[in-house]
Design a protein around this ligand. Sequence first.
Ligand code: SF4
Ligand code: SF4
Length: 366
Amino acid sequence: MAVKHVEEYRDRDIARRLIAQIHAASRQPVRLMEVCGTHTMSIFRSGLRALLPETITLVSGPGCPVCVTAQREIDQFVALARCEDVILATFGDLLRVPGSGSSLQQARAAGCDVRVVYSPLDALDLAVRNPAKKVVFLGVGFETTAPTVAAALLSARARGVSNFLVFAAHKRTPPAVAALMAAPDLRVDGFLLPGHVCLVAGTQAFQPLVDRHRIPCVVGGFEPLDLLRALARLVAQIEAGEALLENAYERAVTAAGNPKAQAAMAEVFTDVDAEWRGLGVIPESGLKIAAAHRGLDAEACFDLAVPDVPEPHGCACGQVLKGLKLPTDCALYRKACTPLHPVGPCMVSSEGTCAAYYRYHRPEGA
Ligand code: SF4
Ligand code: SF4
């Protein structure tokens, strides 16, 4: 039942068949994690939760790049915005994420030059138009965004634009999924893997994890039928006692991924241990700019030492990102923490789990 054409993505009859298939197959209670924030949003938007059997609990993982950017990095971004002659260029989602003392939005209100751009190439244009300033683009995102940042940096080099810099805070998804799989308190029976990440990295990036940890994994697309197909395969695997890596997003994802994007990333970045908000330091899960491009690396060009400050008291983001708690289990949810006044990062980005719950989840009887 492969989904190939646009009109088929939301076909009600196919959806009904898949839902019936899941109901018939699902016997044991399972917790399935959607790693990607866009999956979380798509599941809420399409109302899939209510159509699944009670045996299936869906939990969200560390799949929103904004949510997992460490507080320390936000503090460094703010420090950067305060540097003289700097224009800080960023995607809008990052503006409201609280640092320990200020968000970028607050820094902008205080007079820092922080601009919202829609792509790293917009930031490069900004640099060309402002030769007297240093334009720093904040590289935040997973394998989906890192190649476009790499391409902008290579283009700056080729064009001799020396006032365009990047602060690379990119994260790699497979090491984070590996860390979750290895966690002794893991309460996840299967992973719905992010289609967009696999489009770049290929299913090959996740194969060693599945081989090592023997946990069922299925790559899923983002339309309702994509999600149902992936969930049906996860349930089938679990019920059959299997633990395989399957691709239920064949129209976009291959085993090898996108070699051009991978080459650009390999040329510009180097793997480093990285801190994930709520999850701590995960080995080789971050991308920093390689020594060969040091001149365009904002971290190498500015002194961005910031003190270590503990994360907000009472925030359960770490447990939410690990699938151990639902947002509704956090004492601050809907009280101290709302999208207008976020305490933790999961409430900030539209793809954040707590923000998605706030928008779509209605408590029973409400
Ligand atoms: S960047 Fe891609 S993989 Fe990551 S949360 Fe967004 S859609 Fe999902
Ligand atoms: S409700 Fe707010 S404080 Fe609680 S886990 Fe979510 S983002 Fe963190």
